[in-house]
Design a protein. Structure first.
Length: 571
C-alpha cells in the first residue's frame, strides 16, 4: 500500500512540487501507519490536494478541472443519475449528444471508468479533480448518501425517478372536489424545502408556478438563488400542504391570502410569514423566514464603523426627539430599529412599539399589533399608548399626516421616538414629512437624526483573499491613489460555505444626518432637498457611497457591491 502512489511521487519530484528529502523523511511513518506517502503528506498539510491533482493530470495526460469554481446546471447534473454518480464517484461536467465529460479522482481505475460508461450507455471523456472537490460536488448537487441525510435535490430526484410514490389521499379537498395529495412524501418535501432554506440562511422562499415548471428560489443575502425544481405535477399538493400549514383556505384560489407557519429546524423554532397570490399558471407562495438571531445584533454587527457607532449610541441614549431610519423595502430598517431597542432595553425604561404586523416578540417590550379592519390604526394605537407613559416609542412606519403629527408631538413632550420612512436619502426625509403635511417648524424642532441605509453583502471569511480594484471602480467610488496605497482590498474566491458566491451575510452602509442649528434653520425656511443635502455634507455627513467606500478600503465588502447598492447616490 505504501508503494501505491510512488508513480505520483516521482511525477511530483520531476515537476518540482515535492522535495525528495521530505519524501524520505515521511516514508517510514507512512509505512508504519499502512498509508501512502502522499496520503500522509496531504493529511499533515505538507502537500495541497490541488498539487496531487496537478500531478495526476500530468502523468495521465488528462485535463484537470476545479469543480469548486464551476456552477453546474440541472441539465448537466441530470446526465448522470444520483445512484450512478455516487457509485462511481463521478461528477458530470458537460454534456453533448454523443458523450459526457465527467470529473473523477483516479484515472488509473480502468474498471471504474468502464463500469461508468456501461451504466451511462454513452462514451465518456474524463477529467481529473481532487477527491474533496468531488465529494463536495456530490453532496451539493445530489444530496447526502442516504435518504435520511439527503437534501432537497435528492428528495426531488427520488420522487422524479419514482423511488417514492406519491399517492392521492383525501385529507383535503379542492374547490372542484379533486383530492389533494397530502401524504408523507409531500410533507417531507415541503419540510425539506423549509429546512434547506433555513440552513442556507435564506430570508425568503419563493415558490413560483411557470408554464411548464414549478420554480423554487431562495433569497440569500438579498439575491435570489434558484434551487432544483420539483416536477410540475407536484405543484398542487405542495401549494395545498403549505396553505393548510399556514391556516389558509385551500378552497379559495381566486384572491390573495396571508398566513403564518411555526416549525422546528434542527431543534430551533422558526416562524414563517406566508403570502399566497393567484397568478396565471397557479398560486405563487412567498414565505418570509423570521429569524430572531438578527435582532440581537450589536451596532458593530449592523455595519457601523467605530466613529458612527459612537455617534449613534449617543443619539439613541437621548431622552427625547425623533430618529428616522429611511430606505427602500428590504434595506434592513426594521433590524436596525430592533437592534436599537435591544441596546436601550433596560428595566428602568418603558418601551412600546406599534407594528403592522408584529413579526418578532421581544422580551421586556410592550408590542402593539395594528388592526386596520376594525379601525385600530397606527394613529389610534399611538394616541392610546401615550397614556401608558412610555419612555421610548417605536412606530413601524410613518404613513400619513395624523400618524406623523402624533409621533412628532410625542417626541416634543419628552418621548424618544423611533420610526421609518420610505425615502432614498437622509435629507429627503425632511421633504417627505413636509409633503404629507407636517409643519416645517415641527420637523425642525423634533428631529434629532435622519439616517438612510442600504445593505451590502460581506466577503466570506472562509474564502477571503487579496484582490485589486479597477480604474472604473476607483473613479466611481472616488478612491484616490493615496487611499489605495494603504487599502486592504479583498474578495471571496467562492467556497461551499458561501454557496460559491464569495459573500456570506450582509451589513449596512449608512448616511447619518445630525440635525443641528444650521440645518434646523434651513428646514424651518423650507429649503429644497439639494440645499439641505449640501449643508449636511458641509456639516460632515458621509453619503451612502462614501460610507460604503470606507468598508471597501477596510476589506469587508467589495466595490461592485457598494456600486450596486448606491447606484442612485449623488455624491
Amino acid at each position: 500500500m505504501a508503494a501505491k502512489d510512488d508513480y505520483l511521487i516521482e511525477t511530483m519530484l520531476d515537476m518540482g512540487l515535492l522535495a525528495r528529502e521530505r519524501v524520505d523523511e515521511i516514508r517510514p511513518e507512512a509505512e508504519a501507519a499502512g498509508e501512502g506517502v502522499l496520503d500522509t503528506l496531504v493529511k499533515q498539510g505538507a502537500v495541497a490536494p490541488s498539487l496531487v491533482t496537478q500531478a495526476k493530470s500530468t502523468y495521465f495526460g488528462v485535463e484537470s478541472v476545479s469543480l469548486g469554481d464551476m456552477r453546474l446546471s440541472d441539465d448537466v447534473i441530470k446526465a448522470i443519475p444520483r445512484h450512478v454518480a455516487k457509485k462511481y464517484n463521478a461528477v458530470p461536467v458537460s454534456v453533448s449528444d454523443s458523450s459526457i465529460v465527467v470529473a473523477i479522482n483516479d484515472p488509473s481505475d480502468i474498471e471504474n471508468l468502464d463500469g461508468l460508461q456501461v451504466a451511462l450507455g454513452k462514451s465518456i471523456e474524463h477529467r481529473v479533480a481532487s477527491e474533496n472537490e468531488i465529494q463536495e460536488a456530490l453532496a451539493e448537487y445530489y444530496g447526502g448518501s442516504s435518504r435520511e441525510d439527503g437534501g432537497l435535490s435528492q428528495m426531488i430526484q427520488d420522487i422524479t425517478e419514482g423511488e417514492v410514490e406519491v399517492s392521492a389521499m383525501t385529507s383535503a379537498m379542492g374547490d372542484a372536489g379533486e383530492s389533494v395529495e397530502a401524504d408523507a412524501p409531500i410533507i417531507k418535501l415541503v419540510n425539506q424545502i423549509i429546512a434547506d432554506a433555513f440552513k442556507m440562511r435564506a430570508s425568503d422562499i419563493h415558490l413560483e408556478p411557470m408554464a411548464k415548471t414549478f420554480r423554487i428560489r431562495y433569497r440569500i443575502d438579498g439575491m435570489c438563488m434558484e434551487q432544483k425544481s420539483p416536477p410540475k405535477r407536484l405543484q398542487p399538493p405542495i401549494i395545498a400542504r403549505l396553505k393548510i400549514q399556514s391556516g389558509m383556505s385551500i378552497a379559495e384560489k381566486r384572491i390573495p391570502q396571508d398566513g403564518r407557519i411555526q416549525t422546528s429546524v434542527s431543534g430551533k423554532t422558526i416562524d414563517l410569514r406566508v403570502n399566497c397570490l393567484p397568478t396565471t399558471h397557479g398560486e405563487s407562495i412567498v414565505m418570509r423566514i423570521l429569524d430572531k438571531t438578527g435582532l440581537k445584533l450589536g451596532l458593530a454587527e449592523l455595519g457601523f464603523m467605530a466613529d458612527d457607532q459612537a455617534t449613534f449610541e449617543r443619539l439613541i441614549g437621548l431622552p427625547d426627539g425623533i430618529l428616522l431610519v429611511t430606505g427602500p423595502t428590504g434595506s434592513g430598517k426594521t433590524t436596525t430599529l430592533y437592534s436599537c431597542l435591544n441596546y436601550i432595553n433596560r428595566p428602568d425604561r418603558k418601551i412600546i412599539t406599534v407594528e403592522d404586523p408584529v413579526e418578532y416578540m421581544l422580551a421586556g417590550i410592550n408590542q402593539v399589533q395594528v388592526h386596520e379592519q376594525i379601525g385600530f390604526t397606527f394613529a389610534t394605537a399611538l394616541r392610546s399608548m401615550l397614556r401608558q407613559a412610555p419612555n421610548v416609542i417605536m412606530l413601524g412606519e410613518i404613513r400619513d399626516l395624523e400618524t406623523a403629527t402624533i409621533a412628532i408631538n410625542a417626541s416634543l413632550t419628552g418621548h424618544l421616538v423611533f420610526s421609518t420612512l420610505h425615502t432614498n436619502d437622509a435629507p429627503g426625509a425632511v421633504a417627505r414629512l413636509i409633503d404629507i403635511g407636517v409643519k416645517p417648524f415641527l420637523v425642525a424642532s423634533s428631529a434629532r437624526c435622519l439616517m438612510a441605509q442600504r445593505l451590502v453583502r460581506k466577503i466570506c471569511k472562509k474564502c477571503i483573499s487579496n484582490s485589486t480594484i479597477t480604474e472604473h471602480e476607483m473613479h466611481t467610488l472616488g478612491i484616490t491613489p493615496e487611499q489605495l496605497a494603504t487599502a486592504n482590498i479583498k474578495k471571496g474566491r467562492g467556497c461551499p460555505d458561501c454557496n460559491r458566491t464569495g459573500n456570506r451575510g450582509r451589513m449596512g452602509i449608512f448616511e447619518i444626518f445630525l440635525i443641528q442649528d444650521e440645518a434646523r434653520k434651513l428646514i424651518y425656511e423650507k429649503a429644497p432637498s439639494n440645499v439641505l443635502r449640501n449643508k449636511a455634507r458641509e456639516m460632515g455627513m458621509r453619503t451612502l457611497r462614501e460610507d460604503g467606500t470606507r468598508k471597501v478600503l477596510a476589506g469587508v465588502t467589495t466595490a461592485d457591491e457598494v456600486i450596486r447598492a448606491t447606484s442612485g447616490d449623488a455624491n
